[in-house]
Design a protein around this ligand. Structure first.
Ligand SMILES: CC1=C(CCC(=O)O)c2cc3nc(cc4[nH]c(cc5[nH]c(cc1n2)c(C)c5CCC(=O)O)c(CCC(=O)O)c4C)C(CCC(=O)O)=C3C
Ligand SMILES: [Fe+2]
Length: 402
């Protein structure tokens, strides 16, 4: 994305970094730090029918999700035997990270803990401490800036340090939001290329540039959260990211990179999924299903769905995309493919280790890979970054205090 490109909804409002000099200032890159362990922080998910309701209570604690929505979501899990694949996916990611570390001769143990289900972050911290590891660098399984995708993990870190009594002994830093790191982006580029190939095989007369639409899908969040994503207005690092704040701007920027690299000239758009909350509360739109319904009238015959907001094929992907969105495509007689998430893709696993090392070594910003002009993002979150206007202020680890 460039500030000189033809105006689009996103490009006109994003002010890129002025220069490499501005990018490598101390505000962006922290000093080298001798970490002694990695904390893999996941969302967590139920692993049996009896877990479903307690898990949903954990996720929605104090957040005003209507009962009907909880029942609906419980049904998604029940449909799959009450088991979310997310914990197994994180077990596999942990094993893949350990294998990559071993292959590179790096001696950093990986501790895995979840925000909303067993094993909890508190378990991981206690285990790390018991083995003498107290300087942690966290990898959260979420690539973007917003309350739900960044700050909530950081608040859970702070709370978990309190709960384990380790607040004075242990520190937790976090790798930068990695939405535009090549390790995260490459698997999507590969997936879109393959997806378009599959559509061509299915529909030999397909005119890709005219008849294919690439739908980049991410989790909807309340517009109030989206507006507050990234540095707070008034902070030195604040920039006007346009509608949807840093959250939408990051998704738009990385979607454009993927579409440009692999889209074969097809048009693309950013769509949202998995909305919850009271109907009166505005959330980011359009919903993917509403967007699909409009496509036949535009001459679209085939759709590539790219779960650009997610790192693994968990329930939000299996239900909201593979079940609901694909059904909507069928209803509107559109051919459709869903691209895989990074999962344990080699590039992704190796990219996560690179992100740990750049932080450990204090690598200058100018030497850090970033595929959009928004990045590389800050090492530490700015004061009041991504604060939740609904729940109010809570302390957060891995950031600059307000
Ligand atoms: C931005 C974002 C991500 C991406 C970043 C990241 O990956 O962390 C994400 C991921 C996920 N969300 C997940 C599940 C749920 N999210 C919920 C609720 C909510 N998510 C929100 C946002 C996000 N969510 C928001 C603003 C709410 C409303 C309540 C609140 O303000 O917090 C609810 C409650 C019921 C409902 O409202 O749907 C559930 C069950 C799972 C697990 C899937 C599995 O089990 O396989 C994953 C990976
Ligand atoms: Fe969610």
């Amino acid at each position: 994305m460039s500030n000189t490109a033809a105006p689009t909804a996103a490009a006109t409002t994003i002010v890129p970094h002025a220069s490499d000099a501005a990018r490598s200032g101390p505000a962006h890159v922290e000093s080298p730090t001798a970490y002694d362990a990695i904390l893999l922080a996941g969302f967590g998910g139920p692993e049996g029918q009896d877990d479903v309701i307690p898990f949903l209570r954990n996720v929605t604690r104090g957040r005003g999700i209507p009962d009907e929505r909880l029942e609906e979501v419980a049904h998604h899990y029940r449909h799959f035997g009450g088991v979310s694949p997310i914990n197994d996916q994180n077990r596999e990611l942990k094993a893949a990270l350990e294998a990559e570390l071993a292959a590179r001769g790096i001696d950093l143990p990986v501790y895995w803990g979840n925000r909303n289900w067993d094993p909890y972050i508190t378990d991981a911290l206690s285990e790390a401490h018991a083995r003498g590891h107290n300087k942690l660098i966290a990898i959260a399984t979420s690539a973007y800036s917003s309350f739900s995708s960044c700050r909530q993990y950081r608040e859970n870190f702070a709370q978990s340090l309190e709960d384990t009594g380790l607040a004075d002994t242990m520190t937790i830093d976090k790798i930068r939001p990695f939405f535009d790191h090549p390790g995260f982006v490459e698997p999507f580029i590969e997936g879109v290329r393959t997806g378009i190939q599959q559509l061509r095989e299915q529909l030999p007369d397909l005119d890709v540039a005219k008849e294919v639409r690439i739908l980049f899908a991410t989790h909807s969040i309340p517009t109030a959260d989206a507006e507050r994503s990234g540095p707070r207005e008034g902070a030195a690092e604040y920039r006007d990211f346009g509608a949807g704040g840093a959250y939408a701007a990051q998704h738009l920027a990385v979607s454009e990179v993927v579409a440009h690299a692999a889209g074969a000239g097809a048009a693309w758009q950013l769509v949202y999924q998995s909305r919850s909350g009271p109907a009166s509360q505005p959330w980011l739109e359009p919903d993917i299903n509403d967007a699909i319904a409009l496509l036949p009238a535009e001459g679209v015959r085939a759709v590539v769905i790219v779960p650009i907001g997610f790192v693994s094929d968990h329930m939000e992907v299996l239900w909201d995309l593979d079940t609901e969105a694909l059904e909507t495509c069928e209803e509107y007689e559109l051919a459709a493919v869903r691209v895989p998430t990074p999962g344990t893709h080699r590039a992704y696993v190796s990219g996560l280790i690179d992100l740990v090392l750049e932080r450990r070594d204090g690598t200058p910003a100018s030497e850090r890979p970033a595929l959009t002009e928004l990045g590389p993002w800050f090492d530490v979150c700015r004061p009041a970054c991504c604060e939740n206007v609904r729940a109010g202020f809570k302390p957060a680890a891995a950031g600059i205090a307000p």
